[in-house]
Design a binder for this molecule. Structure first.
Ligand code: MG
Length: 398
């Protein structure tokens, strides 16, 4: 068969979003899912599995028929799990998940034991790697049906308010677009909690200094010009792509599969650094972080105590949301879920507000586990997002 273009692949994945939203609503309402939606997901899975597989990954094409190899593990496996769930039900899915992850049932038990029958004042959770499996590309990291159903049940039964706090963009290929759970079940926030959609769907954001915003706008315009040059489009399509967030812009220079020749990737990285220097010659406004895959251009913030400029972190996000959304986190136990060091600041912020905070971290890394335990000795750890999500679903019926 003719190979698929990368943009056509994104089209296929985006077409599953409305289908999955309807299926999720149907299951939550205890209706039998309409067969048409399930058939659409099956066709999508078949289309993805028909993409030629080579040692470097599935082969798609870019402009001018240049090949690009991508790992479609997330997209394919989440569709398979959805089909197990939709065709054969929840017990069959849990069986499937237990077969995929060693220690799955023990992890589910451990979370259930820790959460007990608590009804939480607020759930604040990271998304990717925590309550959603990792995907190499944000733009195709569509939430699966089983995931949306499980999380929504917990949000409705066990928490007064539930917030998804991510560093990803909020919309324009952001969290709100990839989310399949029903409107209002979760407050979707982006950019480490600096922007969110309120329960009526209105955008709200952390105040930002006008001079800083003007600099960021200028930087974004210059970056758009660079990316419009021939041959640069690839950086918007691989990995994290171009993500314009509140107070931060991310541009991919590589993806996990190493789709871009390393020399080309390095050269592009240098071009972006030069561009930032031209906009901000004295390093007053921005700091660049190079993850090896992404270049993150961050606006620095003044410390609340008037201290040195630093980056806005997810703990700042929790404090902002607690005030702006009137979460009243101080008035009851809260639950914090994360999977990386950047999520620890959410736990600290929650503990400052609500000493009864509980935490689940999805990590096998001893160092991170220790950091979390130092803050909260009773924190519980699991190895996979699926275990946390299944446990949340299980406890929503207590
Ligand atoms: Mg994460």
């Amino acid at each position: 068969m003719a190979t698929l273009e990368l943009s056509q692949f994104y089209g296929l994945m985006h077409a599953t979003i409305p289908v999955r939203r309807v299926l999720t609503e149907e299951i939550l309402a205890s209706r039998v899912p309409a067969p048409g939606g399930v058939a659409r997901l099956r066709e999508t899975l078949e289309a993805l599995e028909a993409i030629p597989e080579e040692p470097a990954g599935r082969r798609l094409t870019l402009e001018e028929a240049r090949p690009i190899h991508v790992d479609l593990g997330y997209e394919i496996e989440e569709l398979k799990k959805d089909l197990v769930y939709l065709d054969r039900g929840e017990d069959a899915l849990l069986e499937d998940l237990a077969g995929r992850h060693a220690g799955f049932r023990e992890d589910v038990q451990a979370v259930a034991a820790t959460l007990g029958g608590t009804v939480f004042q607020t759930l604040v959770t990271d998304r990717d790697g925590t309550v959603n499996n990792y995907c190499g590309r944000y733009a195709s990291s569509v939430q699966s049906v089983y995931n949306a159903v499980f999380l929504t049940r917990f949000a409705r039964a066990r928490a007064r308010r539930s917030v998804i706090l991510t560093s990803a963009p909020l919309d324009n290929i952001g969290l709100a677009d990839m989310t399949v759970s029903p409107p209002g079940a979760f407050i979707c926030t982006g950019s480490k909690g600096r922007e969110y959609l309120d329960p009526k769907g209105h955008r709200r954001q952390h105040p930002i200094d006008a001079a800083q915003q003007a600099k960021l706008d200028l930087l974004n315009r210059e970056l758009d010009e660079l990316l419009a040059q021939p041959g640069y489009n690839v950086f918007t399509l691989i990995g994290s792509g171009l993500q314009r967030k509140f107070g931060q812009t991310t541009i991919a220079r590589q993806d996990i599969g190493g789709s871009v020749p390393e020399e080309r990737s390095e050269r592009f990285g240098e071009e972006v650094r030069q561009l930032v220097r031209s906009v901000d010659p004295d390093d007053t406004f921005f700091r660049i972080e190079d993850t090896g895959l992404d270049l993150e251009i961050l606006l620095t913030v003044e410390d609340a105590d008037g201290g040195a400029a630093r980056d806005f972190d997810k703990g700042d996000g929790v404090r902002f949301l607690n005030a702006d959304l009137q979460l009243r986190m101080d008035q009851g136990p809260c639950l914090i879920c994360g999977d990386t060091a950047s999520d620890v600041s959410m736990l600290q912020a929650s503990l400052d507000l609500a000493p009864e905070t509980k935490a689940v971290f999805v990590t096998g890394k001893d160092e991170l586990r220790q950091r979390v335990r130092d803050l909260l000795p009773g924190a519980v750890f699991v190895d996979e997002p699926d275990a946390l999500v299944a446990a949340l679903n299980g406890t929503s019926r207590c």
